[in-house]
Design a protein around this ligand. Structure first.
Ligand SMILES: Nc1nc2c(c(=O)[nH]1)N[C@H]1C(S)=C(S)[C@@H](COP(=O)(O)O)O[C@H]1N2
Ligand SMILES: [Mo]
Length: 406
């Protein structure tokens, strides 16, 4: 019954988009009525997600993973978190889809069809870590408004597309370019067509990186609708809010982009540490760029039981935004002492790295395993919460799981 109410409260339009065909008389559907074909649908079915994913919000749709669901080296669609700021676009026509490059620092506006992108430019595939800036928000105190993500708003899928830098070079970019901005086909929750749910971007230097893609495939297949079909900007290692889904426009800006969710407290944190709850003036807020070092124990699931005398193999992933993870340690004594785990090299820059260790326990009882990653510049994850900020971003505290030895 809980499932059904998700459907009833959602926008019929976006559900129709998920049916794959237009509901011809949709404006005649009585309010509160759910079409038969959708009555048995639930968000897990609609988005092809595993039933163990956790729905945080249904308007807009937001769903997160649990740590143990993220055990795969490459995150499959069914375990990938969903973060929407608006309503998923309806009736996407792949054949007619266009990407426009424009803006003050574009030589002239230019458009590309998907076919143009696929045929004119070389294709690349990278594993790219995408973490929502607000992942971990639920732990902050005083609490921060917004989706109460725990640890599951992170993924590392394999993205295929063309390099943004190749397309920008083809379109023509002026010397005064500072930032690129994305615009997309999703619509504002208010249904006001003049309002965008989100329009963010990255500095030119990030746009020009080899791994910054205009992606049309995820894990070897067309991108699932909810993750940005048919075209997505992917900027790994940065807050995933910079990776615009349903991409239809890139504007080359001659100033820092001033689109929706670029200003105020959105995806910005105090430039200097502040006391919890403090009011921070606008000019003292800085845009989040590279995400901080972080890790997740993905095996075993928290709550594991183990017989005395047996050792436990643990594994997980660690990532560090633009940087690499150089060390992964674990503790079974609440952070008093640490041992090194084995950490692998990333498949490519900006991919998460896998770690494993064999853990033994001195005697029966309750333990916690804590994991702590260190990046190549020596930054370590904090054991508890990092600096408070108004919107609860960048919580990279150590992940922990419970284990009982019986
Ligand atoms: N067009 C568009 N792109 C978007 C968003 C959105 O609401 N609309 N949300 C952003 C945010 S805040 C995040 S965290 C990621 C989530 O990507 P995912 O849903 O594919 O996991 O997409 C980003 N790109
Ligand atoms: Mo996000």
């Amino acid at each position: 019954m809980k499932r059904r109410s998700f459907v009833a409260k959602s926008s019929l339009g976006s559900l129709a988009a998920l049916l794959g065909v237009d509901i011809v008389y949709k404006e005649l559907i009585p309010s509160g009525y759910t079409p038969v074909a959708l009555q048995d649908s639930d968000p897990f079915d609609l988005f092809s997600k595993d039933e163990a994913m956790v729905v945080l919000n249904d308007r807009p749709w937001n769903m997160e993973a649990q740590a143990h669901l993220l055990n795969d080296a490459i995150t499959p669609n069914k375990f990938m978190f969903i973060r929407n700021n608006g309503i998923i676009p309806e009736e996407i026509n792949e054949q007619a889809w266009q990407l426009e490059i424009n803006g003050e620092s574009a030589v002239a506006p230019k458009t590309y069809t998907l076919n143009d992108l696929k045929t004119k430019f070389k294709e690349y595939t990278y594993q790219l870590t995408l973490e929502c800036g607000g992942n971990g928000r639920s732990e902050f105190n005083p609490p921060a408004k917004g989706n109460q993500w725990t640890i599951g708003a992170v993924s590392c899928a394999e993205w295929t597309g063309v390099r943004l830098k190749d397309v920008l070079a083809d379109a023509g970019i002026k010397d005064d370019a500072v930032y690129i901005a994305y615009h997309a086909a999703d619509t504002h929750l208010s249904n006001n067509p003049t309002k965008e749910p989100i329009s963010r971007g990255v500095p030119i230097s990030k746009a020009m990186q080899e791994e910054t893609l205009l992606a049309f495939a995820m894990n070897g297949k067309p991108i699932p609708l909810v993750h940005g079909f048919p075209l997505r900007l992917v900027a790994g290692g940065w807050p995933a809010s910079t990776s615009g889904k349903w991409l239809n426009t890139i504007s080359i800006r001659n100033k820092v982009h001033d689109g929706e969710k670029m200003g105020g407290n959105s995806y910005r944190v105090p430039c200097e540490t502040v006391a919890p709850g403090e009011t921070v003036p606008e000019e003292e807020m800085c845009i989040i760029e590279s995400m901080p070092v972080k890790s997740l124990i993905t095996y075993p699931k928290s709550g594991a039981l183990l017989k005395e005398g047996k050792s436990l193999k643990i594994n997980g992933h660690a990532w560090a935004g633009e940087d690499e993870v150089s060390e992964l340690e674990y503790s079974i004594d609440f952070g008093s002492s640490w041992k090194s785990a084995h950490i692998q090299e990333p498949k490519n820059r900006l991919a998460w790295q896998h770690f494993n260790a064999t853990v033994s326990f001195p005697k029966k009882g309750y333990y916690e395993i804590w994991a702590r990653a260190t990046d190549s510049r020596g930054n370590k994850q904090p054991m508890v919460l990092p600096g408070w900020n108004p919107k609860g971003y960048l919580n990279n505290a150590c992940h922990r799981i419970a284990v009982k030895i019986t």
